[in-house]
Design a protein. Structure first.
Length: 226
């Protein structure tokens, strides 16, 4: 099957969902389809040592963005009590600390980076805003679903248990943690499926969930093997 057709087949109903959330935009080129680096975050953990220039009166999102934009930054700790960000050259030590979120930077697989531009071109029919939102989710997934301290088998078992308990919201949450750990195509696609099944009585929340499911599905295709 040609890749553009495969892309459409991978995300059933994608065009309809995009129409509902109003994500269609000009067919311009998006920025890099897949980030070169991502993070795996751990809640209530400090990474002492290896400090670079700290940032104060900031947010977790700004801390993450600053670290990922700096090639010298290999990790960071964000103190939610003081809204302070401490970029690190690397993870030197791990010490439990209530109220801190620490994250380690992980490089995206070279094969994914190599094939992503071609795959993004396959998805040009979606429009640059949709691809940009998928990229934003790939950058945010680590803080949306902190997975530090867990292994993939444990996380996937949690997904199965929550799904069997008819708890789609937490099944989707744990699948997001699996994505955060491994950044694999199949995990992204399953995250999209589970997120799309999360119920909500709030219309705005429904639209946010649908938009996130679309972004996750796009990320799944961008990382699929040739």
């Amino acid at each position: 099957m040609p890749r553009p057709l495969l892309a459409r087949a991978l995300v059933p109903g994608l065009v309809g969902v995009l129409g509902l959330v109003g994500l269609f935009g000009p067919q311009a080129m998006a920025q890099e389809a897949v980030p070169e680096r991502r993070i795996i975050a751990t809640q209530d953990m400090d990474f002492p040592g290896g400090d670079l220039q700290p940032l104060f009166d900031t947010t977790l999102e700004a801390c993450r963005t600053a670290c990922l934009a700096d090639a010298a930054c290999g990790a960071f700790t964000f103190n939610s009590r003081s809204n302070a960000c401490f970029p690190k050259s690397a993870v030197v030590e791990r010490v439990p600390y209530a109220g801190a979120v620490s994250a380690e930077v992980v490089a995206t697989a070279p094969g994914v980076l190599q094939s992503a531009p071609t795959r993004a071109a396959d998805l040009a029919w979606l429009g640059a805003p949709t691809l940009d939102q998928a990229r934003d989710l790939a950058l945010e997934i680590g803080t949306l679903h902190p997975a530090g301290g867990f292994d993939l088998d444990t996380v996937l078992q949690a997904v199965l248990e929550r799904a069997n308990a008819n708890d789609p919201a937490n099944a989707a949450y744990w699948m997001g943690a699996a994505v955060s750990l491994m950044d694999r195509s199949d995990l992204w696609v399953e995250y999209a499926r589970l997120t799309a099944r999360v119920p909500s009585q709030d219309y705005d929340q429904q639209m946010r969930l649908r938009a996130r499911a679309v972004s996750a599905a796009v990320n799944g295709y961008l990382r699929a093997e040739a």
